[in-house]
Design a protein around this ligand. Structure first.
Ligand SMILES: [Zn+2]
Length: 134
């Protein structure tokens, strides 16, 4: 059996090249666009999380505002003017009855509102880019 240290052809090809995710063309590893199709590095970057989600959660410091921000005006107003005052009312009652500890009831409530505003569908239509349609 003869030992050979000649590098295999396939390894050498894949060492500093990559394949275009669209058409499979072999490209240099640092290529940012394809020579054969319109693929660019930008096109396959993972979509960034929508800013509106983070903003909605931030606004939910005041429960309901985040929902209004995301376009759920009725639900937001409902949370802001009805559910939150009720929750605070009962938390204060519980706090009086439990030497203050009852106020902690509001923490899971806030958490639930923030979780919900994150999960809820964004009803605000995406801003038109240039208005070319008009
Ligand atoms: Zn390509």
């Amino acid at each position: 059996m003869e030992y050979t240290d000649a590098p295999t052809q396939t390894q050498e090809v894949s060492w500093d090249t990559k394949q275009c995710p669209y058409c499979g063309t072999t490209l240099p590893k640092n290529a940012t666009s394809c020579t054969n199709c319109d693929w660019t590095l930008e096109a396959t970057k993972p979509a960034e999380p929508k800013a509106s989600d983070a903003m909605a959660i931030l606004l939910s410091i005041i429960p309901g505002l985040g929902h209004i921000y995301k376009g759920h005006r009725v639900m937001g107003a409902f949370i802001l003017f009805l559910i939150t005052p009720t929750a605070i009312f009962f938390a204060i009652l519980a706090a009086i009855a439990s030497a203050g500890w009852g106020i902690l009831m509001l923490i899971p409530y806030w958490g639930a509102v923030m979780l919900h505003v994150w999960a809820v569908k964004d009803l605000v239509p995406p801003t038109p880019d240039t208005g070319e349609q008009y």
